[in-house]
Ligand binder design. Structure first.
Ligand SMILES: [Fe+2]
Ligand SMILES: [Fe+2]
Length: 240
């Protein structure tokens, strides 16, 4: 009984933590959508970004409901001011592309891979339903990054993104792997949505190698700096 209480407390803390990530994502997509309008991005891509911001708030609700069910108190729903991910050269259009690629092509693609793994591990119905619903949306969110990149590729040089891959990966891996509270290898917790860090890391590295890097390379963005960053940051897995 005590063990179950402990397990639920850890699951609750994890889902409460995720609500914050959903609020940050909503703020980022809102800012990206506004910037896309300013830089006359394709209407369909702007719609996807607005829809993504809306979806992230629904994800907040779903994660908050799970947190409460496991006895945790999620942070209140409020608008956040997510720190911009900076390309750093003062060019607004490039900055927007940087953020769309960082959020869509990188973060959301990795999120999809992690959610697939979480769905496989889920042993609780509400956890499985929540993960399935969020996964369906995250697939769309990653598409918005790829769609914007494809559209921009027709008009501007997108290869400058190659040099920024280490910074993008550092931000994303921090959020997806290292910022999440550490959980030891625990199958019961994995069933409630808490994949062990080593498993999350393995999934993320495989998704980068199999999906993100080849995808960027198709647009002429050399993934070499990203590959090297990955190998130096995560030697045991990166050395494969
Ligand atoms: Fe989300
Ligand atoms: Fe998302």
């Amino acid at each position: 009984m005590k063990e179950e209480r402990l397990l639920h407390a850890r699951a609750g803390a994890l889902w409460a933590f995720r609500t914050g990530a959903e609020l940050d994502a909503a703020a980022r997509f809102t800012r990206i959508a506004d910037a896309m309008v300013e830089h006359k991005a394709h209407r369909r891509v702007v719609e996807l970004a607005r829809q993504a911001a809306h979806d992230e708030l629904r994800h907040y609700d779903r994660c908050a409901a799970l947190a409460r069910r496991f006895g945790a108190t999620p942070p209140p729903l409020r608008t956040r001011d997510a720190k911009p991910l900076r390309a750093g050269d003062g060019d607004g259009r490039r900055q927007t592309l940087y953020e769309a690629v960082a959020m869509g092509c990188v973060t959301e693609s990795l999120s999809v891979a992690l959610l697939v793994e979480m769905r496989t591990a889920a042993t609780d119905d509400e956890v499985a339903q929540t993960v399935t619903e969020i996964l369906r949306d995250e697939v769309q969110h990653s598409r918005l990054g790829w769609a914007h990149l494809a559209a921009e590729c027709e008009h501007v040089d997108v290869t400058f993104l190659a040099q920024h891959l280490p910074a993008m990966l550092a931000d994303t891996l921090h959020e997806e792997v290292f910022a999440t509270p550490e959980q030891t290898s625990n199958d019961a917790l994995a069933g409630l949505g808490g994949l062990p860090r080593a498993r999350r890391l393995a999934v993320v590295v495989a998704a980068l190698r199999d999906v993100v890097f080849p995808g960027l390379a198709r647009f002429g963005i050399d993934p070499d700096a990203g590959e090297r960053w990955l190998a130096s940051r995560i030697p045991p897995i990166g050395a494969s």
